[in-house]
Design a protein. Structure first.
Length: 691
């Protein structure tokens, strides 16, 4: 084990050279570090001294500057307060001088100085009123400006009313007729500038006044506006009615027209020309519009006592009413456009309702009266009234849809008025159609034609149902009940199908009526001619129009049925030839069939004489009787004559050839009165007088 002495001794031994150099190097680095550390301590002490000195200086500066800053801020606030006070004083002083500044303007009429300048003066008065009301409600200045403000409001209301009055002249009937002829697609904002109800410059002034008054709580002028425009609307409709009635009175009896669409419009440009040069032309247009609305040609149906006339639905009145309804729609549309320009948007609907209310009530009342007249006319069997009623219903159905669009934002009670008229007219029409069918099967007998021609009942019925073709879509809601086994809620039937079933019912009852009434003929041949004429007339009428197509939807074998009926009556008629043909038949008599021409017996001569005499009398009687029969249809008449010849002439020719050469009498010319050619001429004279 090494002792401490030994270790010390060992350390004291001299180091080798390399170790000594390394140790010197490390000692040098240590001394350098000590030197750097000493300098760093000195720098830190100097920086600390500087920072302490800077802090002391900042504290002294703050103590010096802060009072100055605070004093400057106070001075700035005082300056701002002074400026605000001066501004407030100027603001207040200005209110005290407003009355004097604007009184001269407000006391004048607004249009004399310009609506814009007048409204600016009124805005100043309004601000002054609010100021004094809020700050000094007991001051005399408030009374002054308030009185002047109320005067200005009154002047504006008067100006608004007077300007409206200048343009409350009813619209010319010429312009209204142009509006009626416009298509619904042409109803747009350009229309207002075309008819120029109120000039654009005036509309701008009225709009400024209206909006200013509404903004400042004065709403009575909306009532004034509504009343004046309502008056214009009513008077325009009255002027049109007077003009139409005078036009129809002067020209209605000389102009022709036909059934057509209830929409009385046609495509044309929007710009309306109402120059004097076109006055006569537009007058003619009024008459055409009237006649277009009529279901049939003008007649003189309105005869009788005043009370009877009053209860009759007249086609002229219907035509006038149709144009009145269309005119109301067109004029109301123009009034709505105008209201959008002159009335605040939140007040447009209510104002528009006030404008059109009286006109709608008048037309609705008149429509209800017409429905009542139609009901009374129909109850009297007036088919003309039914057609007028259908024309009215068709137009009202079209116009009801247009009014629903126009009155979309109006109260439901207003929109429902036109729908109520349509429902009333539909009910009346349904009753009228049922009444017409019932009239066919009624027991009341009409005089049968003596010549067996087409019965008036048949011609009237066919004319009536043919007119119904033009109203198929209008009648669809009414005639849905005619279609069996159809759920109208899920799938409404085709309009023509509904009409087809109704016409089928009409033809069925008409057929029963014809059979029943023809049984009154004592002559079966004339009865057959009567039925043949009527069946043929019905079938031809169906063929010559779209009626057959419509009826076939409900009765597929309609055409076949009438052909069979016609053939059946021809066969019945041919029964009338049997007696005549019996004189020409020699096969039923052995003595005539096995005749010895060289040795005639007295009995044989007598038989030949009887046959010729009987034939002569029968052909003459048939000619006399059937000459008075009527078959108005040329094709049917000629076919009957042809059939008669085909049945009679060959047999008579054979009879004539066989016995005309036999000397069965010394005066054979007395018995052989007619050659086959003569018989043919006699057959040609059948139906000749009536034809």
């Amino acid at each position: 084990m090494v002792t401490s002495k030994e270790a010390t001794a060992e350390m004291e031994k001299p180091l080798d050279v390399s170790t000594a150099k390394l140790l010197d190097k490390e000692m040098g680095q240590l001394n350098s570090l000590k030197d750097v550390l000493s300098r760093s301590v000195q720098v830190a002490s100097s920086v600390e001294t500087i920072l302490v000195s800077f802090d002391h200086r900042l504290a002294r500066l703050e103590m010096t500057i802060l009072p100055v800053y605070r004093q400057t801020g106070n001075l700035q606030r005082r300056q701002q307060n002074t400026e605000k006070t001066l501004q407030a004083l100027d603001y207040v002083i200005a209110f005290y001088s407003v009355a004097g500044e604007v009184e001269g303007v407000v006391r004048e009429r607004p249009n004399s100085i310009g609506i814009g300048s007048y409204l600016q003066a009124m805005d100043k008065l309004k601000a002054a009123c609010k100021f004094f009301q809020d700050n000094n409600p007991q001051s005399s200045e408030l009374e002054n400006v308030k009185s002047l403000f109320e005067h200005g409001c009154q002047q504006l209301s008067i100006e608004f009313r007077d300007e409206l009055k200048k343009y409350q002249k009813p619209l010319s009937p010429h312009i209204t007729l142009e509006l009626i002829e416009l298509d619904e697609s042409e109803m747009n904002e350009e229309l207002l500038s075309s008819i120029d109800l109120i000039p654009v410059s005036i509309r701008e002034d009225l709009k400024s006044i209206a909006f200013w008054l509404d903004k400042n709580g004065t709403t009575d002028r909306l009532t004034v506006y509504a009343k004046q425009r309502s008056y214009v609307l009513l008077e325009s409709l009255k002027a049109l009615k007077v003009f139409q009635k005078s036009s129809s009175g002067e020209r209605g009896a000389t102009l022709n027209h036909s059934l057509n669409s209830p929409a009385l419009s046609r495509s044309r440009g929007i710009k309306l020309d109402v120059s004097r040069i076109r006055t006569a032309k537009i007058s003619q247009k009024a008459t055409r519009a009237l006649l277009r609305a009529m279901p049939v040609q003008p007649s003189s149906r309105r005869q009788g006592t005043p009370h009877q006339i009053e209860d009759t639905l007249d086609e002229h009145d219907v035509a006038v009413y149709i144009n009145q309804v269309t005119a109301l729609h067109r004029l109301s549309f123009c009034e709505l456009l105008l209201a959008h320009q002159l009335v605040p948007q939140d007040k447009v609907t209510r104002t528009f309702e006030l404008i059109i209310k009286d006109a709608i009530n008048d037309l609705v009342g008149e429509g209800e009266h017409m429905a009542s007249q139609a009901h009374k006319s129909v109850s009297k069997g007036d088919i003309q009234a039914v057609l007028s009623l259908l024309t009215l219903l068709r137009h009202m159905t079209v116009m009801n849809r247009q009014f629903e669009t126009l009155l979309f934002s109006c109260q439901p009670s207003i929109k429902a008025q036109f729908a109520a008229i349509v429902n009333t007219l539909q009910d009346t029409t349904g009753n009228a159609l049922d009444a017409f069918v019932n009239s066919l099967r009624s027991e009341g007998e009409r005089a049968l034609p003596k010549d067996g021609t087409v019965h008036e009942l048949t011609s009237n019925a066919l004319v009536f149902v043919e007119h119904l073709l033009d109203f198929a879509s209008t009648l669809a809601p009414i005639l849905q009940k005619e279609v069996p086994n159809v759920d109208t809620m899920k799938s409404p039937p085709n309009a023509k199908l509904c009409l087809g079933f109704y016409i089928k019912r009409v033809l069925s009852y008409l057929g029963f009526a014809l059979v029943h009434r023809s049984s009154a003929y004592s002559d079966p041949t004339l009865c057959a001619i009567f039925r043949l004429n009527n069946y043929n007339y019905i079938f031809k009428s169906l063929q010559n129009s779209d009626l057959l197509t419509v009826v076939t939807l409900a009765e597929h074998d309609c055409a076949k049925m009438y052909r069979e009926l016609i053939l059946e009556q021809k066969e019945i008629y041919s029964e009338s030839l049997k007696k005549l043909l019996s004189y020409l038949n020699t096969s039923d008599d052995a003595s005539l069939s096995s005749l010895n021409e060289s040795k005639l017996k007295d009995k044989e001569r007598h038989l030949i004489k009887e046959r010729f005499s009987g034939f002569n009398k029968e052909i003459e009687e048939m000619q006399r009787v059937q000459r008075g029969y009527s078959i108005p249809d040329l094709e049917l008449r000629e076919s009957i004559k042809r059939d008669n010849k085909e049945q009679i002439l060959p047999k008579y020719q054979a009879f004539y050839d066989k016995f005309s050469q036999i000397q069965f009498s010394k005066t054979s010319g007395k018995y052989i009165k007619y050659t086959p050619v003569d018989v043919s001429y006699k057959l040609d004279e059948f139906f000749d007088v009536a034809a």
